[in-house]
Design a protein around this ligand. Structure first.
Ligand SMILES: [Zn+2]
Length: 297
């Protein structure tokens, strides 16, 4: 009898301690949670947002890598094969995804987030909140289908995220309505055209919609000429492009530098902190406000 009571006490302690230990991120240990594999940071952060710790989300791309050119390893193929859900942005953004899709298991649900969005030449579709809303709904639907038991959790997290997106759109519209300059000169690739279009900003970028190789000296010279001619005071930078290019532009033109976050890749530090989509977009807004001298209260 004593032995039984002892066992009951031990089991209770383990249960309480266990529940407490896992509570902050999930209601179940990692191994029991649904496995979601994301191509890169955009689907990764959206999946974490919707899953809210209910699924185990991992990312194929290492932090700091950019998604346009990536070579998945055999290990990545195995990871995708075992996943309940594989989520990526699009075949346009991630041409390598088709190799990974071949490895998807019978039980792997594949979600292409950009599928069904309004047609666009720019694959950086998440730079428009209206697109992100549709992407998040699609993802929440897929998670709920793959894991019906937790469908209410995914729906609730989606509802919160929809409110967040609506607040972001209001804040961008309000803050960028009245600015001294509308010139966004970006020493990076053309990742912000949807944002510029939505908020009526004029975007000039160093490269095209992917890191398509050499940032030719002539392109840089053209950009410097443009900055001087338009008397642009602040130039925006991108982490993935060599900081030396941005420094050269700053030295040549006297403009100061502020970063813009593409979100398609993140620093190791931001990855470790699990910085959210909304937080990165708020950093973008702060820097745009400062760089364009916006007047909003
Ligand atoms: Zn890009």
């Amino acid at each position: 009898m004593k032995k039984i009571i002892f066992i009951i006490i031990i089991v209770s302690i383990v249960a309480v301690v266990g529940a407490h230990f896992f509570k902050p991120s999930s209601s179940a240990p990692a191994a029991q949670r649904m496995q979601v594999v994301a191509s890169g940071y955009v689907p990764y952060t959206l999946a974490n947002q919707i899953a809210g710790g209910q699924a185990q989300v991992s990312m194929l791309l290492p932090p700091n890598a950019e998604p346009h050119a990536f070579e998945p390893t055999p290990g990545d193929m195995v990871t995708v094969h075992k996943a309940a859900v594989f989520v990526y942005v699009s075949d346009e953004l991630e041409p390598w995804a088709k190799d990974v899709l071949g490895a998807a298991g019978k039980g792997t649900r594949v979600v292409q987030l950009a599928e069904g969005l309004p047609q666009s030449d720019d694959p950086h579709v998440w730079m428009d909140f209206a697109n992100v809303l549709l992407m998040a709904r699609k993802l929440a639907g897929a998670l709920a289908q793959a894991d019906p038991q937790h469908a209410p959790v995914y729906q609730e997290n989606l509802d919160h995220f929809e409110e967040e997106l609506s607040a972001l759109n209001n804040d961008f519209s309000h803050a960028l309505a009245d600015c001294k300059s509308r010139e966004v000169v970006h020493v990076g690739h053309l990742a912000f055209s949807a944002l510029a279009k939505r908020y009526n900003l004029k975007l000039s970028a160093l490269a095209g919609t992917s890191h398509d190789g050499e940032h030719a000296a002539r392109k840089l010279a053209d950009l410097v000429k443009y900055i001087r001619a338009r008397n642009v005071q602040v130039v925006f930078t991108e982490e993935a492009v060599s900081p030396r290019l941005a420094q050269t532009v700053a030295v040549e033109t006297g403009a100061s530098l502020l970063p813009l976050y593409t979100i398609e890749h993140v620093s190791k530090d931001d990855f470790n902190k699990n910085v959210s989509y909304a937080e990165l977009m708020r950093r973008n807004l702060e820097n745009l406000k400062q760089g364009l001298s916006c007047q909003a209260l």
